[in-house]
Every structure is written in C-alpha cells, then in structure tokens.
Write a protein that binds this ligand. Structure first.
Ligand SMILES: [Zn+2]
Length: 197
C-alpha cells in the first residue's frame, strides 16, 4: 500500500503526457531512490525553466529573451512566415536547414469540441504582424489532420483580405501524420512543393 506522499508523487507523474500509471509508479520509485541533491536539482531545474522561459514577443515561441533567436536574426527573411501549431514543429522545420523565413506559433489548433476556440490561439498577433511587417507569404505549416485542416481553412479566410500569397505545405507528410515526427527530407519536400491556396 503506497503511503499518501508516494501516492501524490505517482499522481503528479501520471498527469504528464504519455505517462501511464505503470510508468508513473516507476518514475516515483526512481525519484525516491535518488540522492537528495539530485532531487533538489530536478525540482530546481523545473522551476527555473518555468520562471525563465517566456514567450517570444513576436512569434510566440518559447524564448529566454524578449525576442527568440529566429525573430532576432536579421539574416532571415521576415517576408515569409510559416505558421505552426507549436514550437516542436519549428524544431522539425529547422532541422531541414533549408527554410530561411520566420515562424508564427499558434499554440495549438482549432478543436471547438474540446474547447480550443479561435480566441485561445495566437492569431491576433499574426494579423498584427502582417499589417505591420512587410510580409509577402504565409506558409500554413499545420499538421495534415482534421483539426489542422479546419484551422488552415479558418486562417485562409482571415488572411485572404490582406492580399498576400498564402500557401500550404503539400505532399509528403502523411495524412493524419505529424510534422514533429517526419524526417527532414520529407519536410523539405513538403515545403518545396507547397501549394497556393
Ligand atoms: Zn520569435
């Protein structure tokens, strides 16, 4: 029978994504077996990350500076903005090494049934960027699943009046697949063969 404190620890791990009850138990016992200093460092690192990592004021990606490295990089083309669901997708696009534009992080995608409505997404700052900056093209780099498509359609409607080029990453990423797990060659191809919408 787990003690109350152990049960609470298991519960906390169980709340993490992808951690089932069995793994939560394993992690809890692992932590209990660690030297106290290691546990302190882990707790400290979690808190420090939460305190120091904020959102970039322009693109909305995580950053320790007011502007993230990509937004601050004047060598990158600010005229092209690739719209992604979250920062993990940026890592995937960056791995290709071929994309030289900038990004905008939506922080999710539309899923009204689970409460993810347009007002919860980082959309207004995107419209402000387009109005303010010299943007020529918006690339919709969303995952090719149902919610991703719904989000893309919604954005296309909003962006059309700006009269700029709007494209969608095309083939390559399998339907229902995930940009995060696609290999660099596939992402490069999807970017190169993007289609106008
Ligand atoms: Zn940024």
């Amino acid at each position: 029978m787990a003690t109350k404190a152990l049960e609470l620890l298991i519960e906390e791990f169980h709340k993490l994504p992808g951690i089932g009850r069995k793994n939560a138990v394993r992690l809890a016992f692992h932590v209990l077996g660690l030297p106290k200093d290691d546990v302190a460092r882990l707790a400290e690192t979690l808190l420090k990350a939460k305190e120091t990592i904020k959102k970039c004021a322009v693109c909305g990606d995580y950053s320790e500076q007011p502007l993230c490295d990509i937004c601050a990089d004047e060598g990158r083309d600010g005229g092209t903005i690739c719209v992604v669901e979250d920062g993990r997708d940026i890592l995937s696009f960056e791995k290709t090494g071929t994309y030289k534009g900038k990004y905008h992080v939506l922080n999710g995608k539309l899923a009204p049934l689970s409460g993810m409505t347009a007002d919860k997404l980082n959309i207004k700052p995107l419209l402000e960027r387009i109005a303010k900056e010299d943007v020529r093209e918006i690339i919709l780099g969303l995952n090719p699943d149902f919610d991703g498509d719904v989000t893309a359609s919604y954005l296309i409607k909003l962006l059309k009046p700006f009269g700029i080029r709007i494209t969608k990453i095309a083939s390559g990423i399998p339907i229902g697949g995930n940009i995060e797990f696609a290999d660099s060659a596939t992402i490069s191809r999807a970017l190169d063969s993007r289609i106008d919408v």
